[in-house]
Design a protein around this ligand. Structure first.
Ligand SMILES: NC(=O)c1ccc[n+]([C@@H]2O[C@H](COP(=O)([O-])OP(=O)(O)OC[C@H]3O[C@@H](n4cnc5c(N)ncnc54)[C@H](O)[C@@H]3O)[C@@H](O)[C@H]2O)c1
Length: 442
Protein backbone atom coordinates (compact mmCIF):
# COMPACT_ATOMS: atom_id res chain seq x y z
CA UNK A 1 0.00 0.00 0.00
CA UNK A 2 1.29 3.47 -0.95
CA UNK A 3 1.68 5.91 1.89
CA UNK A 4 2.67 9.53 2.42
CA UNK A 5 3.34 10.38 6.01
CA UNK A 6 3.17 14.12 5.64
CA UNK A 7 0.95 14.55 8.63
CA UNK A 8 1.61 12.08 11.41
CA UNK A 9 0.26 13.96 14.36
CA UNK A 10 0.54 12.75 17.92
CA UNK A 11 -0.91 14.92 20.61
CA UNK A 12 -0.04 14.16 24.16
CA UNK A 13 -2.95 15.69 25.94
CA UNK A 14 -6.38 17.02 25.16
CA UNK A 15 -7.11 20.53 26.22
CA UNK A 16 -10.36 22.41 26.26
CA UNK A 17 -8.85 24.70 23.64
CA UNK A 18 -8.02 21.66 21.51
CA UNK A 19 -11.59 20.46 21.61
CA UNK A 20 -12.87 23.98 21.03
CA UNK A 21 -11.00 23.96 17.72
CA UNK A 22 -13.53 21.47 16.47
CA UNK A 23 -16.47 23.60 17.53
CA UNK A 24 -18.05 20.96 19.74
CA UNK A 25 -19.41 23.41 22.25
CA UNK A 26 -21.18 26.73 21.93
CA UNK A 27 -20.00 29.88 23.65
CA UNK A 28 -21.66 30.08 27.05
CA UNK A 29 -24.21 32.84 27.49
CA UNK A 30 -25.18 32.17 31.14
CA UNK A 31 -28.71 33.27 30.38
CA UNK A 32 -30.61 31.16 32.93
CA UNK A 33 -30.01 33.18 36.03
CA UNK A 34 -26.73 31.32 36.63
CA UNK A 35 -23.35 33.00 36.85
CA UNK A 36 -20.31 30.97 35.74
CA UNK A 37 -19.22 30.60 39.34
CA UNK A 38 -22.62 29.49 40.67
CA UNK A 39 -22.81 26.19 42.51
CA UNK A 40 -24.68 23.24 41.01
CA UNK A 41 -26.07 20.64 43.42
CA UNK A 42 -26.26 17.15 41.96
CA UNK A 43 -27.88 13.91 43.09
CA UNK A 44 -27.09 10.39 41.88
CA UNK A 45 -29.53 7.53 41.51
CA UNK A 46 -27.93 4.15 40.68
CA UNK A 47 -24.52 4.29 42.36
CA UNK A 48 -22.69 1.04 41.56
CA UNK A 49 -20.72 1.48 38.35
CA UNK A 50 -21.24 4.01 35.57
CA UNK A 51 -23.45 6.29 37.61
CA UNK A 52 -20.71 6.66 40.20
CA UNK A 53 -18.13 7.29 37.47
CA UNK A 54 -20.29 10.08 36.08
CA UNK A 55 -20.79 11.54 39.58
CA UNK A 56 -17.01 11.65 40.07
CA UNK A 57 -16.64 13.54 36.80
CA UNK A 58 -19.18 16.05 38.09
CA UNK A 59 -17.22 16.45 41.33
CA UNK A 60 -14.02 17.21 39.41
CA UNK A 61 -15.68 20.57 38.69
CA UNK A 62 -15.23 23.10 41.50
CA UNK A 63 -18.81 24.40 41.37
CA UNK A 64 -20.42 20.97 41.89
CA UNK A 65 -21.72 19.61 45.21
CA UNK A 66 -23.13 16.12 45.72
CA UNK A 67 -26.18 16.66 47.94
CA UNK A 68 -27.96 13.29 47.57
CA UNK A 69 -27.34 9.69 46.59
CA UNK A 70 -29.87 6.89 46.11
CA UNK A 71 -29.56 3.14 45.58
CA UNK A 72 -31.75 0.13 46.35
CA UNK A 73 -28.63 -1.76 47.49
CA UNK A 74 -27.61 -0.54 50.97
CA UNK A 75 -24.10 -2.02 50.60
CA UNK A 76 -23.45 -0.16 47.34
CA UNK A 77 -24.97 3.06 48.68
CA UNK A 78 -22.90 3.10 51.89
CA UNK A 79 -19.65 2.20 50.15
CA UNK A 80 -20.02 4.87 47.46
CA UNK A 81 -21.21 7.52 49.93
CA UNK A 82 -18.10 6.83 52.02
CA UNK A 83 -15.91 7.41 48.98
CA UNK A 84 -17.71 10.69 48.28
CA UNK A 85 -17.08 11.77 51.89
CA UNK A 86 -13.42 10.78 52.00
CA UNK A 87 -12.32 11.74 48.47
CA UNK A 88 -14.50 14.80 47.87
CA UNK A 89 -15.36 15.95 51.40
CA UNK A 90 -19.09 15.95 50.58
CA UNK A 91 -21.92 14.73 52.81
CA UNK A 92 -24.87 13.75 50.62
CA UNK A 93 -28.22 12.67 52.09
CA UNK A 94 -28.81 8.99 51.38
CA UNK A 95 -32.01 7.42 50.01
CA UNK A 96 -33.34 4.02 48.93
CA UNK A 97 -36.38 5.47 47.14
CA UNK A 98 -35.64 7.98 44.39
CA UNK A 99 -39.12 9.54 44.74
CA UNK A 100 -38.22 10.66 48.27
CA UNK A 101 -34.89 11.98 46.98
CA UNK A 102 -36.64 14.09 44.36
CA UNK A 103 -38.51 15.93 47.13
CA UNK A 104 -35.17 17.41 48.27
CA UNK A 105 -35.46 21.06 47.20
CA UNK A 106 -31.78 21.98 46.75
CA UNK A 107 -31.09 19.45 43.96
CA UNK A 108 -30.39 21.14 40.59
CA UNK A 109 -29.52 18.04 38.55
CA UNK A 110 -30.06 14.30 38.80
CA UNK A 111 -27.64 11.73 37.36
CA UNK A 112 -29.42 8.49 36.39
CA UNK A 113 -27.07 5.50 36.45
CA UNK A 114 -29.62 2.70 36.87
CA UNK A 115 -30.30 -0.14 34.42
CA UNK A 116 -32.08 0.93 31.21
CA UNK A 117 -35.62 -0.13 32.20
CA UNK A 118 -35.69 2.69 34.77
CA UNK A 119 -34.39 5.54 32.61
CA UNK A 120 -37.75 6.81 31.32
CA UNK A 121 -39.64 6.87 34.62
CA UNK A 122 -36.77 8.44 36.55
CA UNK A 123 -36.14 11.08 33.88
CA UNK A 124 -39.81 12.06 33.78
CA UNK A 125 -40.15 12.15 37.58
CA UNK A 126 -36.97 14.25 37.85
CA UNK A 127 -38.22 16.70 35.21
CA UNK A 128 -41.57 16.94 36.98
CA UNK A 129 -39.68 17.83 40.15
CA UNK A 130 -37.93 20.66 38.26
CA UNK A 131 -34.50 19.02 37.98
CA UNK A 132 -32.04 18.87 35.08
CA UNK A 133 -31.09 15.32 34.08
CA UNK A 134 -27.97 13.45 32.97
CA UNK A 135 -29.34 10.05 31.94
CA UNK A 136 -27.12 7.18 30.96
CA UNK A 137 -27.42 5.51 27.57
CA UNK A 138 -29.26 3.87 25.95
CA UNK A 139 -31.76 6.58 26.63
CA UNK A 140 -34.52 4.02 27.29
CA UNK A 141 -35.23 0.33 26.91
CA UNK A 142 -38.14 0.71 24.46
CA UNK A 143 -39.16 2.90 21.54
CA UNK A 144 -42.22 4.37 23.29
CA UNK A 145 -40.17 5.39 26.32
CA UNK A 146 -37.68 7.27 24.10
CA UNK A 147 -40.52 9.33 22.62
CA UNK A 148 -41.97 10.06 26.06
CA UNK A 149 -38.59 11.32 27.25
CA UNK A 150 -38.14 13.60 24.22
CA UNK A 151 -41.61 15.06 24.75
CA UNK A 152 -41.17 15.48 28.51
CA UNK A 153 -37.78 17.20 28.07
CA UNK A 154 -39.31 19.63 25.56
CA UNK A 155 -42.28 20.24 27.84
CA UNK A 156 -40.29 21.02 30.99
CA UNK A 157 -37.51 22.90 29.15
CA UNK A 158 -34.78 21.59 31.43
CA UNK A 159 -31.35 20.41 30.30
CA UNK A 160 -31.31 16.68 29.54
CA UNK A 161 -27.99 15.17 28.51
CA UNK A 162 -27.92 11.53 27.32
CA UNK A 163 -24.72 9.70 28.28
CA UNK A 164 -23.43 9.16 24.74
CA UNK A 165 -20.18 10.82 25.68
CA UNK A 166 -18.45 10.23 22.34
CA UNK A 167 -20.32 13.38 21.21
CA UNK A 168 -17.92 15.30 23.46
CA UNK A 169 -14.71 13.50 22.50
CA UNK A 170 -11.82 15.07 20.63
CA UNK A 171 -11.47 12.03 18.34
CA UNK A 172 -15.07 11.96 17.16
CA UNK A 173 -15.31 15.74 16.82
CA UNK A 174 -12.17 15.56 14.69
CA UNK A 175 -13.71 12.75 12.59
CA UNK A 176 -16.83 14.87 12.04
CA UNK A 177 -14.75 17.89 11.01
CA UNK A 178 -12.83 15.78 8.48
CA UNK A 179 -16.05 14.31 7.08
CA UNK A 180 -18.06 17.53 7.00
CA UNK A 181 -15.24 19.62 5.52
CA UNK A 182 -15.17 17.21 2.55
CA UNK A 183 -11.65 15.91 3.34
CA UNK A 184 -12.58 12.26 2.71
CA UNK A 185 -14.90 12.99 -0.24
CA UNK A 186 -18.45 11.70 -0.56
CA UNK A 187 -19.22 9.41 2.38
CA UNK A 188 -20.53 6.14 0.95
CA UNK A 189 -20.52 3.61 3.78
CA UNK A 190 -20.22 3.69 7.56
CA UNK A 191 -19.28 0.29 8.93
CA UNK A 192 -19.18 -0.35 12.66
CA UNK A 193 -18.58 -3.36 14.80
CA UNK A 194 -18.42 -4.47 18.45
CA UNK A 195 -17.03 -7.85 19.52
CA UNK A 196 -16.69 -8.14 23.26
CA UNK A 197 -16.22 -11.18 25.47
CA UNK A 198 -18.84 -10.03 28.02
CA UNK A 199 -21.59 -10.07 25.36
CA UNK A 200 -22.08 -13.83 25.76
CA UNK A 201 -23.31 -13.36 29.34
CA UNK A 202 -22.18 -15.04 32.57
CA UNK A 203 -22.31 -18.75 33.42
CA UNK A 204 -25.76 -19.96 34.41
CA UNK A 205 -26.54 -20.09 38.15
CA UNK A 206 -29.79 -21.08 39.91
CA UNK A 207 -32.20 -18.56 41.43
CA UNK A 208 -31.32 -17.63 45.00
CA UNK A 209 -32.31 -15.47 47.95
CA UNK A 210 -32.38 -11.69 47.62
CA UNK A 211 -29.09 -10.38 49.09
CA UNK A 212 -29.31 -8.60 52.46
CA UNK A 213 -29.89 -4.86 52.21
CA UNK A 214 -31.35 -5.05 48.68
CA UNK A 215 -34.85 -3.79 47.82
CA UNK A 216 -35.35 -6.18 44.91
CA UNK A 217 -38.91 -5.07 44.19
CA UNK A 218 -37.64 -1.50 43.73
CA UNK A 219 -34.84 -2.79 41.49
CA UNK A 220 -37.44 -4.51 39.28
CA UNK A 221 -39.72 -1.47 39.38
CA UNK A 222 -41.86 -1.44 36.22
CA UNK A 223 -40.35 -4.77 35.00
CA UNK A 224 -42.20 -8.06 35.51
CA UNK A 225 -41.88 -9.81 38.88
CA UNK A 226 -39.45 -12.76 38.92
CA UNK A 227 -37.47 -14.77 41.45
CA UNK A 228 -34.07 -13.27 42.23
CA UNK A 229 -31.14 -14.48 40.15
CA UNK A 230 -27.72 -12.81 40.39
CA UNK A 231 -27.33 -13.05 36.60
CA UNK A 232 -30.29 -10.75 36.09
CA UNK A 233 -29.01 -8.26 38.69
CA UNK A 234 -25.97 -5.95 39.04
CA UNK A 235 -24.06 -5.58 35.79
CA UNK A 236 -25.40 -8.61 33.93
CA UNK A 237 -29.03 -7.39 33.70
CA UNK A 238 -28.04 -6.05 30.25
CA UNK A 239 -28.40 -9.56 28.71
CA UNK A 240 -32.17 -9.71 29.45
CA UNK A 241 -34.88 -7.97 27.43
CA UNK A 242 -36.82 -6.73 30.47
CA UNK A 243 -33.91 -4.50 31.51
CA UNK A 244 -31.57 -4.03 28.52
CA UNK A 245 -30.73 -4.87 24.91
CA UNK A 246 -27.50 -6.89 25.14
CA UNK A 247 -24.17 -6.02 23.56
CA UNK A 248 -26.09 -4.89 20.50
CA UNK A 249 -27.55 -1.89 22.30
CA UNK A 250 -24.90 -1.48 25.02
CA UNK A 251 -22.27 -0.54 22.42
CA UNK A 252 -24.63 0.04 19.52
CA UNK A 253 -25.97 3.39 20.71
CA UNK A 254 -22.42 4.75 21.08
CA UNK A 255 -21.28 3.59 17.65
CA UNK A 256 -24.47 4.19 15.68
CA UNK A 257 -24.66 7.67 17.17
CA UNK A 258 -21.38 8.50 15.38
CA UNK A 259 -22.71 7.22 12.06
CA UNK A 260 -25.88 9.29 12.43
CA UNK A 261 -23.88 12.36 13.41
CA UNK A 262 -21.70 12.07 10.31
CA UNK A 263 -24.82 12.43 8.13
CA UNK A 264 -26.83 14.61 10.57
CA UNK A 265 -29.57 11.96 10.74
CA UNK A 266 -31.94 12.73 13.61
CA UNK A 267 -34.67 10.19 12.94
CA UNK A 268 -35.38 6.48 13.27
CA UNK A 269 -34.24 4.14 10.48
CA UNK A 270 -36.86 3.73 7.75
CA UNK A 271 -35.42 0.31 6.89
CA UNK A 272 -33.61 -2.17 9.10
CA UNK A 273 -32.18 -5.29 7.44
CA UNK A 274 -31.29 -7.67 10.22
CA UNK A 275 -29.62 -11.03 10.85
CA UNK A 276 -29.77 -11.82 14.57
CA UNK A 277 -28.95 -15.09 16.27
CA UNK A 278 -27.60 -16.83 19.32
CA UNK A 279 -24.86 -19.07 18.02
CA UNK A 280 -22.20 -19.11 20.76
CA UNK A 281 -21.68 -22.83 21.42
CA UNK A 282 -21.72 -22.70 25.22
CA UNK A 283 -25.07 -21.98 26.92
CA UNK A 284 -24.87 -18.79 28.99
CA UNK A 285 -27.33 -16.70 31.00
CA UNK A 286 -28.59 -14.50 28.20
CA UNK A 287 -31.71 -13.74 26.15
CA UNK A 288 -30.16 -11.04 23.93
CA UNK A 289 -28.32 -11.80 20.68
CA UNK A 290 -24.65 -12.74 20.52
CA UNK A 291 -24.42 -12.53 16.72
CA UNK A 292 -25.87 -9.80 14.59
CA UNK A 293 -25.37 -8.20 11.18
CA UNK A 294 -27.51 -5.14 10.59
CA UNK A 295 -27.78 -2.81 7.67
CA UNK A 296 -29.56 0.57 7.73
CA UNK A 297 -29.82 1.96 4.20
CA UNK A 298 -30.26 5.73 4.53
CA UNK A 299 -30.82 8.07 1.59
CA UNK A 300 -27.24 8.37 0.31
CA UNK A 301 -25.27 6.23 2.71
CA UNK A 302 -25.50 2.76 4.19
CA UNK A 303 -24.73 2.18 7.86
CA UNK A 304 -23.82 -1.36 8.87
CA UNK A 305 -23.37 -2.73 12.37
CA UNK A 306 -21.81 -6.07 13.13
CA UNK A 307 -21.74 -7.83 16.51
CA UNK A 308 -19.95 -11.09 17.36
CA UNK A 309 -20.00 -11.43 21.13
CA UNK A 310 -17.37 -13.69 22.67
CA UNK A 311 -14.68 -12.67 20.16
CA UNK A 312 -11.97 -10.20 21.09
CA UNK A 313 -10.80 -9.29 17.57
CA UNK A 314 -12.48 -7.56 14.67
CA UNK A 315 -11.98 -5.63 11.42
CA UNK A 316 -8.80 -3.48 11.24
CA UNK A 317 -7.64 -5.63 14.20
CA UNK A 318 -9.88 -3.64 16.55
CA UNK A 319 -12.43 -5.30 18.84
CA UNK A 320 -14.79 -2.38 18.26
CA UNK A 321 -14.64 0.55 15.90
CA UNK A 322 -16.02 2.52 13.00
CA UNK A 323 -14.86 2.87 9.39
CA UNK A 324 -16.18 5.97 7.60
CA UNK A 325 -15.63 5.14 3.94
CA UNK A 326 -15.41 8.09 1.57
CA UNK A 327 -14.30 8.39 -2.05
CA UNK A 328 -11.05 10.11 -1.09
CA UNK A 329 -10.20 8.31 2.14
CA UNK A 330 -11.39 6.01 4.90
CA UNK A 331 -11.35 7.14 8.52
CA UNK A 332 -11.00 4.33 11.07
CA UNK A 333 -11.72 5.25 14.69
CA UNK A 334 -12.25 4.00 18.17
CA UNK A 335 -12.04 6.00 21.40
CA UNK A 336 -8.25 6.00 21.44
CA UNK A 337 -7.21 6.28 17.81
CA UNK A 338 -8.22 7.96 14.57
CA UNK A 339 -6.47 7.12 11.29
CA UNK A 340 -7.14 8.57 7.86
CA UNK A 341 -6.23 6.11 5.08
CA UNK A 342 -6.14 8.15 1.84
CA UNK A 343 -6.98 6.69 -1.60
CA UNK A 344 -4.35 6.81 -4.34
CA UNK A 345 -5.40 8.72 -7.46
CA UNK A 346 -3.75 6.84 -10.30
CA UNK A 347 -4.23 9.47 -13.00
CA UNK A 348 -3.16 12.46 -10.88
CA UNK A 349 -0.41 10.32 -9.29
CA UNK A 350 -1.10 11.62 -5.82
CA UNK A 351 -3.18 10.85 -2.79
CA UNK A 352 -6.69 12.20 -2.70
CA UNK A 353 -6.44 13.19 0.96
CA UNK A 354 -3.78 13.67 3.59
CA UNK A 355 -2.87 10.88 5.92
CA UNK A 356 -3.55 11.71 9.56
CA UNK A 357 -3.05 9.70 12.72
CA UNK A 358 -4.06 10.67 16.23
CA UNK A 359 -3.47 7.96 18.81
CA UNK A 360 -3.79 9.61 22.20
CA UNK A 361 -7.56 9.58 22.57
CA UNK A 362 -9.19 8.90 25.88
CA UNK A 363 -12.63 8.51 27.46
CA UNK A 364 -14.66 11.71 27.23
CA UNK A 365 -17.08 11.44 30.16
CA UNK A 366 -15.40 14.46 31.79
CA UNK A 367 -15.94 16.67 28.73
CA UNK A 368 -19.54 15.44 28.37
CA UNK A 369 -20.27 16.27 32.01
CA UNK A 370 -18.65 19.72 31.62
CA UNK A 371 -20.88 20.33 28.61
CA UNK A 372 -23.93 19.32 30.71
CA UNK A 373 -23.00 21.78 33.48
CA UNK A 374 -22.40 24.60 30.98
CA UNK A 375 -25.75 23.94 29.32
CA UNK A 376 -27.61 23.95 32.65
CA UNK A 377 -26.23 27.46 33.14
CA UNK A 378 -26.63 28.74 29.60
CA UNK A 379 -29.83 27.04 28.49
CA UNK A 380 -28.02 25.95 25.29
CA UNK A 381 -28.77 22.48 23.87
CA UNK A 382 -26.30 19.93 25.24
CA UNK A 383 -24.01 17.80 23.05
CA UNK A 384 -26.41 14.85 23.26
CA UNK A 385 -29.99 16.05 23.77
CA UNK A 386 -32.90 13.55 23.96
CA UNK A 387 -33.71 13.66 20.23
CA UNK A 388 -30.11 12.59 19.48
CA UNK A 389 -30.30 9.85 22.10
CA UNK A 390 -33.62 8.73 20.61
CA UNK A 391 -32.26 8.41 17.06
CA UNK A 392 -29.42 6.15 18.19
CA UNK A 393 -31.68 4.11 20.49
CA UNK A 394 -34.26 3.72 17.72
CA UNK A 395 -31.65 2.06 15.50
CA UNK A 396 -30.73 -0.55 18.10
CA UNK A 397 -34.32 -1.13 19.21
CA UNK A 398 -35.45 -1.65 15.59
CA UNK A 399 -32.60 -4.14 15.08
CA UNK A 400 -33.33 -6.03 18.29
CA UNK A 401 -37.09 -6.10 17.59
CA UNK A 402 -36.49 -7.44 14.07
CA UNK A 403 -34.42 -10.23 15.58
CA UNK A 404 -36.96 -10.99 18.29
CA UNK A 405 -39.93 -11.25 15.93
CA UNK A 406 -37.93 -12.97 13.16
CA UNK A 407 -38.45 -10.26 10.50
CA UNK A 408 -35.33 -9.85 8.33
CA UNK A 409 -36.63 -6.48 7.09
CA UNK A 410 -38.50 -3.96 9.25
CA UNK A 411 -40.01 -0.79 7.78
CA UNK A 412 -40.66 2.19 10.07
CA UNK A 413 -42.92 5.20 9.56
CA UNK A 414 -41.85 8.27 11.59
CA UNK A 415 -45.28 9.90 11.08
CA UNK A 416 -47.38 7.18 12.73
CA UNK A 417 -44.41 5.96 14.82
CA UNK A 418 -45.13 2.36 13.84
CA UNK A 419 -43.60 -0.45 11.82
CA UNK A 420 -45.61 -0.72 8.62
CA UNK A 421 -44.95 -4.36 7.81
CA UNK A 422 -45.18 -6.23 11.13
CA UNK A 423 -47.86 -6.17 13.80
CA UNK A 424 -45.77 -8.46 16.00
CA UNK A 425 -42.97 -5.87 15.88
CA UNK A 426 -45.44 -3.13 16.80
CA UNK A 427 -46.39 -5.11 19.90
CA UNK A 428 -42.84 -4.53 21.21
CA UNK A 429 -42.86 -0.73 20.86
CA UNK A 430 -44.40 -0.11 24.28
CA UNK A 431 -43.36 -1.80 27.53
CA UNK A 432 -45.93 -3.33 29.85
CA UNK A 433 -45.30 -1.70 33.21
CA UNK A 434 -45.95 -3.69 36.35
CA UNK A 435 -48.41 -2.10 38.76
CA UNK A 436 -48.26 0.31 40.56
CA UNK A 437 -45.91 1.86 37.94
CA UNK A 438 -47.55 3.40 34.89
CA UNK A 439 -46.05 4.56 31.62
CA UNK A 440 -45.99 8.39 31.71
CA UNK A 441 -48.13 10.20 29.18
CA UNK A 442 -46.26 12.92 27.23
N1 LIG B 1 -21.80 5.80 28.88
C1 LIG B 1 -21.11 4.69 29.05
O1 LIG B 1 -20.01 4.54 28.52
C2 LIG B 1 -21.68 3.60 29.90
C3 LIG B 1 -20.85 2.55 30.35
C4 LIG B 1 -21.43 1.58 31.18
C5 LIG B 1 -22.78 1.63 31.51
N2 LIG B 1 -23.54 2.65 31.02
C6 LIG B 1 -24.97 2.73 31.35
O2 LIG B 1 -25.09 3.06 32.74
C7 LIG B 1 -26.27 2.46 33.28
C8 LIG B 1 -25.89 1.63 34.51
O3 LIG B 1 -25.04 0.58 34.09
P1 LIG B 1 -24.06 -0.10 35.16
O4 LIG B 1 -23.13 -0.95 34.39
O5 LIG B 1 -23.52 0.94 36.06
O6 LIG B 1 -25.11 -1.01 35.98
P2 LIG B 1 -24.96 -1.60 37.45
O7 LIG B 1 -25.91 -2.74 37.53
O8 LIG B 1 -23.54 -1.86 37.77
O9 LIG B 1 -25.42 -0.40 38.40
C9 LIG B 1 -26.75 0.02 38.46
C10 LIG B 1 -27.04 0.56 39.84
O10 LIG B 1 -28.40 1.03 39.85
C11 LIG B 1 -29.00 0.63 41.08
N3 LIG B 1 -30.46 0.65 40.94
C12 LIG B 1 -31.26 -0.17 40.21
N4 LIG B 1 -32.56 0.17 40.34
C13 LIG B 1 -32.58 1.23 41.19
C14 LIG B 1 -33.62 2.03 41.74
N5 LIG B 1 -34.91 1.81 41.44
N6 LIG B 1 -33.30 3.04 42.57
C15 LIG B 1 -32.00 3.28 42.90
N7 LIG B 1 -30.97 2.55 42.43
C16 LIG B 1 -31.25 1.54 41.57
C17 LIG B 1 -28.41 -0.74 41.33
O11 LIG B 1 -28.58 -1.17 42.65
C18 LIG B 1 -26.95 -0.50 40.95
O12 LIG B 1 -26.24 0.03 42.05
C19 LIG B 1 -26.88 1.63 32.17
O13 LIG B 1 -27.90 2.36 31.54
C20 LIG B 1 -25.72 1.42 31.21
O14 LIG B 1 -26.12 1.22 29.87
C21 LIG B 1 -23.01 3.63 30.25
Amino acid sequence: MKTNRRRFIKQTSLTAAGIGMFSAFPAIAYSRGFAPSDQINVALVGCRNMGFGVLKHHLENPEVNCVAMCDIDEGVLNEKAKEVRTTFNQKPKLYKDFRKMLEQKDIDAVIIGTPDHWHCLMTVYALQAGKNVYVEKPMANTIAECDIMVNAANYYKKTVQVGQQQRSSFIFNKAMDLIKSGEIGALRKINMWANFEYGIGPEIVPDGPVPAGVDYDMWLGPAQKRPFNQNRFHGSWRHFWDYGGGLVSDWGVHLLDMGLWAKDIKSAPEKSLVYAANTYPEKRARETFDTMAVSFPHQDVVITYDVTAGLQRGPWDMLYGIAFIGNNATIVTDRSKLTVYPEWDNSAKKFRAEEYIFDKGQESHGEHVRNFLDCIKSGEKPACPPEVGRAAAMHVHAANIAGRVGEPLLLWDEGSKKFTNSQTANALIKPEYRSPWTLPNY
